[in-house]
Design a protein around this ligand. Structure first.
Ligand code: PEP
Ligand code: MG
Length: 753
């Protein structure tokens, strides 16, 4: 059963649209449980009924015609209960409803399971039997599992208005729903980005010069043939002839008309070589996938492997999309920081990522670049998005594909409003950031992820509160040496001099992997990350610290920050290494000075040991992104749980108060450098708590300044007290929205997050 389930799920996932997915389900399920009928009903929430969308066993004519009233019949019962209904003799049940239009006789055996997504019942998957039959537990769970798979496909199809073929440009009124990633609205053209040699991720694209595409494809195939022959030669001695026969099979496939001919045909039908290859390979692999024989089924992976090899050669020719449109909206399964950086300056208009959530580093980066972003559209058909016109609503987390003119008009108006708000904010640019009762709140800049590309916030900030050092490590193919790092850090220190610059030591791991330092863990956020890697590899840490200290010679505006601290021993060890780096440099004749040293409070353990940590260092910086993730046990990158990730959660607020209170008792300076600091509403609460400074991305500086200049410390404290009376993040958010509205700053709520 598990095997069959696996196969159906795979076929459903590969189906081009909902109609095909449903057809696969009803045919295969009927066969798998040996039922007389299998059907799917989907709920029409506007008309308040359930529509027959697919069937195997009933009249095909009834599909899309038969509608069952909302709360009547057994289908209605399954929906109401949101659990399976398994009846040996359905007609004897009080809710049984006979529908003659489907051509049904009085089927006795009945099993209906709800199709549920995000707690909402979307329809029912049902199997029927003429004779009396109670379906077995294994059959119930089988249907259950399939229904869960179907739910994703249904939500997506409903939202996208059925994206069927690359040329289907019928403008849907609906939208794909994701998570807000970076505020703002964007109108532009989709450019799909994907990891190299990932065949499944290759998008469809029009073939501009089919002859050229064909030639590239044939050259790539020839290169793979050559590679394989070379490998076969190497194995001539060591592999028995029967095993080497595998190579012959692969070479035969590479020469077959079904692979070459079908791909070439697809190219001439309009798809580019990589897209045509993906389609052909999938078609081939599916034939093997469907085979009962395990050995033959395994051949599907050989076909895919060959496909990847051909793709690799194709990509050597066309590695990245070179002609980005002026209003590029990057779309990808998992858009990376580097892919963002590759877009020519001024062309990037928006970012849409199927994976990740609003606290992923790509979203943070998008906010820093003031580019709207939507994250976590897990059901987005990425491969069919290339070249489509998109509207992206980064406030609400929506993406409209080939939008209707009325939607375009509405969004153009919103974009104009945004520009106006921006101008209002600009008016405060040169004014100090202080409350109405005269308390100064320095606003610092978070930078580093892409500092080379972004000048936003250099003028407006009072220095750098968080310089993330990961990017220079991520864009290379080996660890950067000391002198390369000195140049990098000196550039930031000089740019902001004499204003302070807080440089954080390497925080790789989690969602910031290094291509040349693979860390394969099932739980990367709970694994080898940040300071843990630095201390296990003192050579990496010492090189970095030496570079940072050297970069600051003669400038004296450096502060050093340690990430991911969860034990005091880590601080003691890091301090010892920093002292060693300092002493070595002095010995070598460099006139370095010891900077102020701080730790990030971003792990719950650190909250409860703030005093012990604070005694060892000079300042504290609260990383609310990770602190929220670890306090609420919600992965900051996981779109499925993004709705319960909330830094206004009362538990987070209480943790923050505890940190600030402890830091103050020891007269240690405390700032917040997580995304919360850049949210104008949340900044009110942080002000009420008495944090000394806030550090945020460049795009948030003027917004937060506007709020701080409009409020007194007393009012912020009152709001904090009021917030603490609530038990839900949603209530805290409503309180803050109302407060901003009362202050005449309602526009910021939309422009916030
Ligand atoms: C944080 O965790 O809040 C933080 C600022 O660090 P990062 O987002 O780089 O993990
Ligand atoms: Mg962090």
């Amino acid at each position: 059963m598990l095997d069959t389930l696996h196969r159906i799920v795979k076929a459903v996932n590969a189906a081009p649209d909902l109609e095909h997915a449903l057809a696969i389900i009803v045919t295969q399920v009927k066969k798998a449980v040996d039922a007389d009928v299998c059907s799917v009903y989907l709920t029409d929430f506007e008309r308040r009924d359930h529509v027959l969308k697919a069937t195997e066993g009933l009249f095909q004519d009834a599909v899309d015609k038969v509608r069952l009233p909302y709360h009547r019949g057994l289908i209605g019962l399954v929906c109401e209960r949101a659990e399976p209904v398994n009846l040996a003799d359905a007609p004897s049940h009080s809710r049984y409803l006979f529908t003659h239009e489907t051509g049904e006789t009085q089927y006795k055996g009945f099993l209906g399971v709800p199709i549920i997504q995000n707690r909402k019942v979307l329809g029912v998957l049902v199997v029927r039997q003429i004779d009396k039959r109670t379906f077995a537990d294994g059959e119930v769970t089988f249907l259950f599992t399939l229904a869960a798979q179907l739910a994703g496909a249904i939500t997506h199809a409903q939202a996208s208005g059925n994206l069927t073929t690359p040329n289907d440009l019928s403008p849907p009124k609906r939208f794909l729903r994701g998570q807000p990633g970076a505020p703002g609205v964007a109108l532009g053209t989709a450019v799909v980005v994907y990891p190299p040699a990932d065949l499944e991720a290759v998008p469809d694209k029009p073939a501009q010069y089919p002859e050229q595409e064909e030639e590239d494809f044939r050259t790539a195939v020839a290169a793979v043939v050559e590679d394989l022959m070379a490998i076969e030669d190497r194995f001539e001695e060591s592999l028995p002839a029967e095993d080497r026969a595998l190579f012959d099979a692969w070479l035969m496939m590479l020469g077959s008309d079904s692979l070459i001919g079908n791909t070439v045909r697809r190219i001439h039908e309009g798809n580019w070589a990589s897209g045509a290859l993906r389609e052909t390979i999938e078609e081939h692999a599916k034939v093997f996938d469907a085979m009962e024989d395990i050995y033959l089924r395994e051949r599907a992976s050989d076909v895919r492997d060959l496909g990847r090899r051909i793709l690799m050669h194709l990509q050597q020719k066309v590695s990245t999309p070179s002609d980005y449109p002026k209003t590029t909206i990057l779309v990808g399964d998992e858009v990376s920081a580097l892919q963002l950086a590759e877009v020519p300056h001024g062309y990037l208009t928006g970012v849409v990522s199927a994976h990740g959530a609003s606290f992923s580093h790509v979203a943070i980066l998008a906010r820093a670049m003031e580019v709207p972003a939507v994250m976590g559209l897990s059901n987005m058909p990425v491969s069919r998005m290339e070249g489509r016109s998109l509207i992206l609503d980064g406030y609400l987390g929506r993406v409209y594909v080939s939008p209707a003119p009325s939607v375009v008009q509405e969004y153009r108006r919103l974009a104009d409003e945004d520009r106006e708000l921006h101008q209002e904010l600009e008016a405060d640019r040169d004014l100090p950031c202080e409350t109405t009762d005269g308390t100064r709140v320095p606003l610092y800049l978070n930078t580093g992820l892409i500092s080379e590309l972004n000048t936003l916030g250099i003028e407006e900030s009072e220095g750098v509160g968080l310089y993330r050092t990961e990017l220079p490590f991520m864009v290379r193919d080996s660890f950067p040496g000391e002198s390369v790092q000195v140049t990098n850090y000196r550039k930031v220190l000089k740019t902001f001099h004499p204003r302070p610059v807080t440089i954080r030591t390497l925080d790789i791991g989690g969602d910031k992997p290094l291509p040349y330092f693979p860390v394969n863990e099932s739980n990367p956020f709970l694994g080898w990350r940040g300071i843990r890697i630095s201390l296990d590899h003192p050579e990496i840490f010492l090189t970095q610290v030496r570079a940072i200290l050297r970069a600051a010679i003669g400038l004296n505006n450096l502060r050093l920050l340690l990430p991911m601290i969860s034990h005091v021993q880590e601080v003691d060890d890091a301090l010892m290494l920093i002292q060693r780096a300092h002493d070595e440099l002095i010995e070598e004749g460099f006139e370095v000075t010891m900077p102020k040293i701080g730790v990030m409070i971003e792990v719950p353990a650190a909250v409860y040991q703030v005093e012990a940590l604070a005694r060892r260092i000079d300042f504290l910086s609260i990383g609310t992104n990770d602190l929220t993730q670890y306090l609420l046990a919600v992965d900051r990158n996981n779109a499925h749980v993004a709705e319960i990730y909330n830094d206004l959660h009362p538990a987070v607020l209480r943790a923050l108060i505890q940190i600030v209170t402890s830091a103050k008792a020891l007269q240690r300076e405390v700032s917040v450098c997580g995304e919360m600091a850049g949210n104008p509403a949340a900044a009110l609460l942080l002000l009420g708590m008495g944090v000394d400074s806030l550090s945020m991305n460049g795009g948030s500086l003027l917004r937060v300044k506007w709020v701080i200049r409009s409020v007194s410390c007393g009012r912020a404290k009152e709001l904090l007290q009021a917030a603490l009376r609530y038990e839900r993040a949603s209530e805290v958010k409503a309180l803050l929205s109302n407060a901003l509205e009362d202050m005449g700053l309602g526009g910021l709520m939309r422009a916030g997050r």
